[in-house]
Design a protein around this ligand. Sequence first.
Ligand SMILES: Cc1ncc(COP(=O)(O)O)c(C=O)c1O
Length: 462
Amino acid sequence: MAHLLHNEYPADSLEAKDLQHLLHPTTNLQLLAATGPKVHARAKGVYMWDNQGRQYLEGMAGLWCTALGYGEEELVEAAATQMRTLSYSQLFGGKTNEPSILLAEKLKAMMPFDAGRVFFGLSGSDANDTQIKLMWYYHNAIGQKDRKKIISRMRGYHGVTVASGSLTGLPYFHSHFDLPIPGILHTDAPHYYRGAQSGESEAEYVRRLVNNLESLILKEGPETIAAMIAEPVMGAGGVVVPPAGYFEAMGEVLKRYGIMLIDDEVICGFGRTGKPFGAETLGMKPTTMSVAKALSSAYLPISAVIIPEFLYEPMVELSGTMGTFAHGFTYSGHPVCAAVALRTLELFEERQLFAHVERISKPFQARLKAFAEHPLVGEARGVGLIGAVELVQDKATRKAFPGKQGVGAYCAARAEANGLIVRNLGDSLAFCPPLIITEDQIDELFIKFEKALNETWSWVRS
Ligand SMILES: Cc1ncc(COP(=O)(O)O)c(C=O)c1O
């Protein structure tokens, strides 16, 4: 039905009603009106079915989030049991509940840094908003009232709220929304393939990026900068894996100027890169961390901000004079979300899923990187169970297609026609399957993708 114009859908169809009633997030609204929506009907494991009965292999884990795949009865059970026991509770004013306490304890034990406290939210965006507010609050509490700016990176993705959307370094998310807000700075994306100068080695490229960061810090005044935020692997910016030594070198500069590092693990967290956290794979030394998505395998919305005790202590002191620490959401520590997240983390352990990812990522990356030989592919990149291929007009010069040609979108549409869900980020096709994917299913994924890629190649040549 996707080929029908929207006025050709029967009036009582879900498609027609969708087009009448919904404002779709992060969607080309004109294109949607012309092509119509895709109705997801049901899903199990790594497969999804639409309302026409067509089956798709889920190559994107939803929005990089359904780590345990769909229809996991253990999580259904965890939610139902918790709903029957205590369907809602809160953490305001010192009230609490068992799932939130146990989840905080477990998360702290998993952290690759000395974790002190856990704050719960509902989304990656609100987690990163909380990160900014905690940085501001902490620096006010210790009397460093000028240390407020946050450094982010171009092509970084940290959410869409007013503050987290400002951290995001993608023009679409700023333009016409009057973002970014003041005090958010953007430094380079660490993409060697696109960013390196002619003849520049990876090591020289890293050195240049680090020098650019240091120049930015010195220009702004180190005493005005609170923190830098970074994803270990950039997701929505095109699956950008930084070159070797990048985070180690960036970390030295941040340390020199007393600037903290906020690790946005909303995509990379919980095994995606082959280790529990992307920071461990990419050599990052976080001060604080944001997690969401795979934390509950996306069965229910929940995010967490994890901070060291030294950030918490002055906040407690300030509470002595100020009274309430006035930040929190109605659903901070929602017991059903927390119970599902807790069971998710247990299942990761019981099923040794991170070790599975480490194993399965070898054939996954080998299949992915073989596409670098394809005439349409400029770069095939990735780590663990995440990756992308970037389509180019000219392999030798790395010349991109004109954006308006929509080559990436065409390829994603061909993949879907062949029963595979992938996502195009411009002309980069992203892969991020559920962590439970098997080697046979990885084969299926790339066979379907190769077909879509060859169809795109024919289309481009015609
Ligand atoms: C790295 C990263 N941070 C933050 C977010 C925002 O999360 P949410 O969409 O749950 O607000 C995303 C979403 O894709 C993300 O990829």
